[in-house]
Ligand binder design. Structure first.
Ligand SMILES: Nc1ncnc2c1ncn2[C@@H]1O[C@H](COP(=O)(O)OP(=O)(O)OP(=O)(O)O)[C@@H](O)[C@H]1O
Ligand SMILES: O=C(O)c1ccc[n+]([C@@H]2O[C@H](COP(=O)([O-])O)[C@@H](O)[C@H]2O)c1
Length: 190
């Protein structure tokens, strides 16, 4: 069996926090690859103004292109409606029977897992990898299907990056240079 990590996210824009947790999960869980999986419509961020699909996809490509084991999955762009993980996992487990899937989530998401669509069925299809974060609970009722890992803390978020850009402040060293150059070239978030 191949062990595949999945990092689902809005990636608006992708940043070093995403790359760090993917790398740490790869190592801690001895994964073969991590697939970055942008959401078409984030299920719990309805109504938010996202960058275009094309820009978010392009930025993820630029963020991961120098890593041999980071890949891009566009599976959620093939469906309409909110990108519920249960629907994605049903498709992925049917398509890749030789893979075991590990879904990586930040510590802020752990306590919201009970609210995810069809969570009990989802837990049969995937193991969650939760990245511990200070200030957020790191225990879960799903301890049988949730691996908790420690990673160095990076207080970087897409929201903060968007805010900084709106205010004309620097975002250097918060995300990869190629992503930064793309944001400037396309005049995103300004
Ligand atoms: N700095 C970070 N440390 C740990 N996990 C993170 C970090 N940033 C994002 N994540 C996790 O990565 C996944 C995808 O995150 P997402 O694309 O929503 O980015 P975000 O920075 O949380 O966005 P926003 O600020 O717009 O809410 C989520 O599971 C989130 O918890
Ligand atoms: O399926 C759900 O109910 C569900 C609820 C909230 C978040 N998710 C997934 O969690 C991942 C991170 O979400 P976000 O909004 O922080 O980018 C992304 O892949 C979402 O599709 C999934």
């Amino acid at each position: 069996m191949r062990k595949i990590g999945l990092l689902g996210g809005t990636f608006d824009p992708p940043h070093f926090g995403h790359l760090l947790i993917a790398e740490q999960a790869l190592e801690a869980c001895q994964l073969d690859e991590v697939w970055f999986m942008p959401t078409k419509i984030p299920p719990h961020k309805k109504g938010s103004n996202l960058c275009s699909d094309e820009d978010r996809i392009e930025m993820v490509k630029k963020a991961i292109n120098d890593h041999p084991f980071f890949k891009l999955s566009l599976i959620e762009f093939e469906r309409n409606g909110p990108s519920y993980t249960i629907e994605t996992m049903k498709e992925l487990t049917a398509m890749y029977k030789e893979n075991d899937f590990y879904f990586i989530i930040g510590g802020d998401m752990i306590e919201y897992l009970p609210k995810w669509k069809e969570i009990d069925e989802l837990l049969n299809l995937v193991t969650f990898v939760g990245v511990k974060r200070p200030g957020f609970i790191s225990t879960s009722i799903y301890s049988d299907n949730l691996v908790l890992i420690n990673v160095p803390q990076l207080e970087i978020s897409s929201r903060d990056i968007r805010e900084r850009l709106k205010q004309g402040r620097s975002i250097r060293y918060l995300l990869p240079d190629h992503v930064l150059a793309y944001i400037k070239e396309r005049q995103l978030y300004g």
